[in-house]
Design a protein around this ligand. Structure first.
Ligand code: DAT
Ligand code: MG
Length: 149
C-alpha cells in the first residue's frame, strides 16, 4: 500500500493548526500509520532538505524547521502521495488554491505550514529517514468497506 511522509512545520504547530491539518487527511479517508511530535535536529533537517542544499534559501529552511516542534506523520492509501500534495496546495501559500491547507492558512512561502513527499521515491526515502519500521503501525480501519467499493 502506498505511503507518504507529511510534517506539520513549526508554524502549523505554533498557530494551533495541528488538529485542523490532521483532520483533512483523516476525513479524506487516508490511514494514519505513524505519528510523532519532535524537536528536529540540525542533522535531520539537513538530510531532509538535502535536495535543496545548493539553493540560497537552504540555511533558512534548516533554521526554520528546527525552530520549534514538528508533527511528523506517515499516511497510507491508494494514491496518497499525489492526493496529499493536492490537499496541501502549491508551495507558495499566497498563490495556493483556496481549499488547500496552504491556500487557506498561509501567505508566505517561508511559512507554508506543512511538508509532503512529492513522489514515490522521495516518500520512501523520507519515511525511512524520519521513522523506524517499529514506529509504523499496519492496521485495518473498520471504515474500509465504507471508503472502498
Ligand atoms: P514543496 O514544500 O511544495 O515541496 P519545495 O520542495 O520546492 O516545495 O521546497 C521546499 C521548501 O522550501 C518549501 O516548502 C518552501 C521553501 N522554498 C521553496 N522555494 C522557495 C523560494 N523560492 N524561496 C524561499 N523558500 C522557498
Ligand atoms: Mg518538496
Amino acid at each position: 500500500m502506498e505511503r507518504t511522509f507529511l510534517a506539520i512545520k513549526p508554524d502549523g504547530v505554533q498557530r494551533g493548526l495541528v488538529g485542523e491539518i490532521i483532520r483533512r487527511f483523516e476525513t479524506k479517508g487516508f490511514t494514519l500509520v505513524g505519528l510523532k511530535f519532535l524537536q528536529v535536529s540540525k542533522e535531520l533537517a539537513e538530510q531532509h532538505y538535502d535536495v535543496h542544499r545548493e539553493r540560497p534559501f537552504f540555511p533558512s529552511l534548516v533554521e526554520f524547521i528546527t525552530s520549534g516542534p514538528v508533527v511528523a506523520m506517515v499516511w497510507e492509501g491508494d494514491g496518497v502521495i499525489a492526493s496529499a500534495r493536492k490537499i496541501i496546495g502549491a508551495t507558495n501559500p499566497l498563490t495556493a488554491e483556496p481549499g488547500t491547507i496552504r491556500g487557506d492558512f498561509g501567505i508566505n512561502i517561508g511559512r507554508n505550514l506543512i511538508h509532503g513527499s512529492d513522489a514515490p521515491e522521495t516518500a520512501q526515502k523520507e519515511v525511512s529517514l524520519w521513522f523506524t519500521d517499529a514506529e509504523l503501525v499496519s492496521w485495518q480501519p473498520h471504515l474500509t468497506p465504507w471508503l472502498h467499493e
